[in-house]
Design a binder for this molecule. Sequence first.
Ligand SMILES: Nc1nc2c([nH]c(=O)n2[C@@H]2O[C@H](COP(=O)(O)OP(=O)(O)OP(=O)(O)O)[C@@H](O)[C@H]2O)c(=O)[nH]1
Length: 139
Amino acid sequence: MRVKRVKMDALLMEKCAAIIIREKTLLVVRKRFTNIFISPGGKIEPGETQIQCLRREVAEEIGVEISDALYFDSFEREAAFDHKIIIIHAWFVSVYGECYPNSEIEEIRWVNGKTRVPIASIFKDCVIPRLLAQDLIDE
Ligand SMILES: Nc1nc2c([nH]c(=O)n2[C@@H]2O[C@H](COP(=O)(O)OP(=O)(O)OP(=O)(O)O)[C@@H](O)[C@H]2O)c(=O)[nH]1
């Protein structure tokens, strides 16, 4: 069924996203040449576990090492920048040290329920409301 698999890959992406919370705010990142903030993390490479993917992407994008990761949930939507379906596996992630924008990341922001910046749909509609409901980030 190789043909089917190739077709599926062309339409579907799987990403691991890090939910990083500091002082009741959530970290979102903006890539160069884009104006929407998205979750830190990235696509899972062949043969990689979700944790390995998170470690690699978090180091690449925000320059820090993961100290702990706990699975939260998975969500499916049309991807913010590609005409493909994205499945995002979201993990609570703790890191060592201070996050900073690295490589293709131009800007990072710590947001709460009041912050008015454009945020991609899965984080905006699925993740942030649940973090607010659990009082993990500020209203
Ligand atoms: N709808 C939606 N799409 C999202 C969210 N977060 C998020 O990264 N995406 C989309 O997921 C796709 C893949 O994420 P990514 O660009 O971080 O992955 P990556 O680092 O491996 O990409 P690259 O190395 O190919 O540039 C992008 O189209 C991105 O816009 C979200 O919250 N909602």
